[in-house]
Design a protein. Structure first.
Length: 110
């Protein structure tokens, strides 16, 4: 599902990753983080896909909200486990969204 976002400007955190061969506990932690992030002040939504490379884009109202999420203790634990075990590599990019546009095909059966 495509995240519903407000009128720009807002921020996007793009997390691109390649998993290692050691993924025990990864799915459970990813689900816990997905549930937890939705409760964070300033969180606007996210989109995620994985097919070899994983890409998750989360949307935020401010840089301060992003910093606070990065510092949440459970998220810090996930980051440490990701570096030590789950990821072969990753990159995080933080961007300011200044413009957006969309298309949605109307359901012609209605």
């Amino acid at each position: 599902m495509i995240a519903s976002t407000p009128t720009p400007p807002y921020y996007a955190v793009i997390f691109s990753s390649i998993k290692s061969d050691q993924t025990q506990g990864y799915d459970e932690m990813a689900e816990a983080m997905a549930q937890m992030v939705m409760q964070q002040p300033g969180y606007l939504g996210h989109e995620s896909a994985r097919d070899g490379i994983g890409i998750t884009v989360s949307y935020w109202d401010s840089l301060e909200s992003i910093k606070k999420w990065k510092a949440v203790s459970e998220h810090l634990e996930a980051q440490i486990k990701g570096r030590s075990t789950w990821y072969q590599s990753y990159k995080t990019r933080i961007c300011k969204v200044e413009r957006e546009y969309a298309f949605e095909k109307m359901d012609e059966s209605k």
